[in-house]
Design a protein around this ligand. Structure first.
Ligand code: AMP
Length: 209
């Protein structure tokens, strides 16, 4: 199955994708995570995108489309994939149609007030990428990942100014994809407000799993 996870920053797409990988047995491809590892490795791609990402803006379509096209063309995704964080613009969605046909687009719905509350306290493991929250989902030991022992830190783009920018960018550039995919009959809506286990159940129901 080829899935897109759509939704505002902080809707839990990454957390849900990790659970969906176990349920569906297909890989999770996150453009944000690919960019973050490129930044950590100080690769040419990382150096190119760091300032844009830290400011909460979008990386340009050409760079992002090329990255995803290359990733999907490696021939290691026979059973499909979960695309998380791509497409984020109509131009990206139109480009994707030229190299891969998705089966479903899952729209994780979350109001802006909840986005701000979640992202302000979000922390992430630098090593394995698991998300935590300083109030709702703390690691057992402060700043240490329960799963792998990696360092748990606050993403630069989870700072307040960047979060506001990301939300604005989401509403203006990414939210139009909801209508784009609804018209094609591909969209399923999942309420992202409840706690993770409930969202997983709703996700399974929405996909008829
Ligand atoms: P995420 O982890 O999905 O929240 O992505 C983190 C950041 O990476 C975003 O705020 C963007 O700056 C950049 N990014 C990730 N995916 C895309 C995309 N499809 N198009 C443009 N920029 C992206």
């Amino acid at each position: 199955m080829k899935l897109i996870f759509l939704g505002p920053p902080g809707a839990g797409k990454g957390t849900l994708a990790a659970r969906a990988v176990d349920i569906l047995g297909i890989p999770h491809i996150s453009t944000g995570a690919i960019f973050r590892s490129a930044i950590a490795a100080q690769s040419p791609l990382g150096l190119k995108v760091k300032a844009v990402i830290d400011a909460g803006k979008l990386v340009d379509d050409e760079t992002t489309i090329e990255l995803v096209k290359e990733r999907l063309s490696r021939g290691d995704l026979p059973r499909g994939y979960i695309l998380d964080g791509f497409p984020r613009t109509i131009a990206q969605a139109e480009a994707l149609e030229t190299f891969s046909a998705v089966d479903r687009v899952v729209n994780f719905d979350l109001p802006d007030s909840a986005v701000l509350e979640r992202l302000g306290g979000r922390r992430v493991c630098r090593n394995c990428g698991i998300n935590y929250h300083i109030v709702f989902n703390k690691p057992r030991e402060e700043k240490i990942c329960d799963a792998c022992g990696g360092e748990v830190y606050a993403r630069d783009d989870d700072r307040e100014e960047a979060v506001a920018k990301r939300l604005e960018v989401y509403r203006s550039q990414t939210a139009p994809l909801i209508g784009f995919y609804r018209e094609k009959g591909l969209l399923v809506d999942v309420d992202a407000q409840p706690e993770a286990n409930t969202v997983v159940e709703n996700f399974k129901k929405a996909l008829g799993l």
